[in-house]
Design a protein around this ligand. Structure first.
Ligand SMILES: Cc1ncc(COP(=O)(O)O)c(C=O)c1O
Length: 419
C-alpha cells in the first residue's frame, strides 16, 4: 500500500448519536479527550448493556434453572432468551447449539479438551499461523494428551494465509483445522467459507475463532458450514466474563465435558452419573447470569443499528487510518496486501521507524491516545514477521474521524520526540 494524500476525509457516517451511548468515551484525560483505539482488546460498553446488568442485580437477581420462585423464573427466562437471541444472531440451526462460556479462550479449551477421546496418536491438527495464543495452546495441550501432531498453516509474504500451502497440507487429511476469522494482530480477514469447504473436503473438523469478527461482520454459521465457532462478549460491546461456543449439534454432543458438577447432569448416584442434554451438559455450575443478560443487551443494541452504514463507515475509517499513517512517513504497516486487494477489518498494525513499540504506546498515552503494543498474543505470527512486537490501533462503531486525526497528530508529536 502506497501513501495517498488525496484519500477522502469526508463521507463518514454521522454516528454521533451512537457514540453518545458510550459513557466511557465522554471523558478527558489531562487536557485531551480520550481517544480509544484499543477496541480489539476490549470494546467500550453502551449504556444499554450497563443498564441491563444493573437491572438484573436490582430486580431479578436469582440463580437460574433450579428454584421454583418468581425471581429465579425471571432470571431463567432472561438467560434462556439470550441463548435464543445468540442462535438467531449467528444463524445457528438450534438454540441447543449455543453454549455459554466465559470467553473465546474457554470455548476453545472446551473443544480441545472435549475431543481428547476422539483424537489418535499422529492425527494432524492444522493451525493458522496468525492465530491468537488461545487458538494455539489448547491444541498443543490436546497434542500432548493424545500424541497428535500440530502443523502451522504458512502465510504469504504479505501475511495472508497461503492457500496453496494450505491445499498441500490438507492432502495429509488432518483431523482438525483451527482458523481465525479475522486476525487480532493485523486485522487480516481469512476467506473463511472457502477455507472451511476445503477442510471439509479433506474430512477435517473445523473450528473458527470469531473473536475479532463478530462485532464487524454478519456471522452465518450455517452458511460457513463450520463445526465450531467461538467468540467473546466483551469484544462486541458486551461485558467481560461471557463468551459463546457454537457447535454443530452432532459435534457438540460428542464432546467430553471439560467441567463437571451441578447443572450438567440428569442423574447422580455414587455408582454412576448420567449427563444431561445439550446445552446443559456443557454448562456445569452457576453461569455468569448478569453477563449473559448484558450480552443479550449488546446484541439488541447491535441489531438496532444500521449495520450496512456502520460497515461502510468502518471501512472508510480503516482506509483513512491506513493512509494517514502512511502519509505521516517513517511508518511500516503490517498485514496490508501489497495490491490493496484485501481490506483489513478493525485493526491496523504498525511500527514507527526502528522505535520500540512500547515507547510509542507510552508517549501516545500521555496524549490520551489508547492503543496496544506488544506481541498481541500472537508470538508465532510476530516471529514470522521478524518482529518482537508492534503497535496496534483498533476501531469500533463509536470511532470517528476526529479520533483518527487526534491519533495521527499525537503520533506526529511522538515522531518529533523520538526521531
Ligand atoms: C482472535 C482472538 N482470539 C481469542 C482471544 C481471547 O479472547 P478472550 O481473552 O476473551 O478469551 C482474543 C482476545 O484478544 C482474540 O483477539
Amino acid at each position: 500500500m502506497k501513501p495517498n494524500p488525496s484519500l477522502p476525509s469526508a463521507d463518514f457516517y454521522d454516528h454521533q448519536p451512537i457514540r453518545d451511548q458510550f459513557p466511557t468515551l465522554k471523558q478527558t484525560i489531562g487536557d485531551h479527550p480520550l481517544c480509544y483505539l484499543d477496541t480489539a482488546a476490549t470494546s467500550q460498553k453502551p449504556q444499554a448493556v450497563i443498564d441491563a446488568m444493573t437491572e438484573y442485580y436490582q430486580l431479578n437477581n436469582a440463580n437460574v434453572h433450579r428454584a421454583a420462585h418468581q425471581l429465579s423464573t425471571r432470571a431463567t427466562q432472561q438467560y434462556e432468551a439470550v441463548r435464543q437471541q445468540v442462535a438467531h444472531f449467528i444463524h445457528a440451526k438450534h438454540q441447543q447449539e449455543i453454549i455459554f462460556t466465559h470467553g473465546t479462550t474457554e470455548s476453545i479449551n472446551m473443544v480441545a479438551y472435549g475431543l481428547t477421546a476422539q483424537v489418535q496418536p499422529n492425527d494432524l491438527i492444522l493451525i493458522d499461523t496468525a492465530a491468537h495464543h488461545a487458538n494455539i495452546v489448547p491444541w498443543q495441550e490436546l497434542a500432548k494428551r493424545t500424541g497428535a501432531i500440530i502443523k502451522p498453516i504458512p502465510l504469504t509474504a504479505d501475511a495472508q494465509l497461503d492457500i496453496n500451502a494450505y491445499e498441500q497440507l490438507l492432502q495429509a487429511k488432518p483431523t482438525l483445522v483451527a482458523l481465525c476469522h479475522v486476525s487480532n494482530a493485523l486485522g487480516t480477514v481469512n476467506p473463511i467459507i472457502d477455507l472451511i469447504a476445503m477442510a471439509k473436503n479433506a474430512g477435517a473438523l473445523t473450528l473458527v475463532d470469531g473473536a475479532q469478527a463478530v462485532a464487524h461482520l454478519e456471522i452465518d454459521v450455517q452458511q460457513m458450514d463450520c463445526d465450531f465457532y467461538v467468540f467473546s462478549g466483551h469484544k462486541m460491546y458486551g461485558p467481560t466474563g461471557v463468551g459463546i461456543l457454537y457447535g454443530r449439534f452432532e459435534q457438540l454432543n460428542t464432546l467430553t465435558p471439560m467441567l463437571t458438577g451441578g447443572e450438567m447432569i440428569k442423574t447422580v448416584s455414587f455408582d454412576r452419573t448420567e449427563y444431561g442434554e445439550l446445552p446443559n451438559r456443557l454448562e456445569a455450575g452457576t453461569p455468569a447470569i448478569a453477563e449473559v443478560i448484558g450480552l443479550g443487551a449488546a446484541i439488541t443494541f447491535l441489531q438496532g443499528l444500521p449495520r450496512e452504514q456502520i460497515k461502510a463507515h468502518e471501512q472508510l475509517l480503516m482506509r483513512y487510518l491506513q493512509q494517514q499513517l502512511l502519509n505521516l512517513g517513517d511508518i511500516t504497516l503490517y498485514g496490508v496486501s501489497n495490491d490493496n486487494s484485501q481490506s483489513n477489518i478493525g485493526s491496523v498494525a504498525f511500527n514507527v521507524a526502528n522505535e520500540h513499540h512500547q515507547d510509542v504506546g507510552i508517549l501516545l498515552d500521555q496524549q490520551a491516545v489508547a492503543i496496544r503494543c506488544g506481541h498481541h498474543c500472537a508470538m508465532p505470527l510476530m516471529s514470522q514477521l521478524k518482529l518482537s512486537g508492534c503497535c496496534r490501533a483498533s476501531i469500533g462503531i463509536y470511532t470517528n474521524k476526529h479520533d483518527i486525526d487526534q491519533f495521527i497528530h499525537a503520533l506526529n508529536t511522538v515522531k518529533e520526540l523520538l526521531l
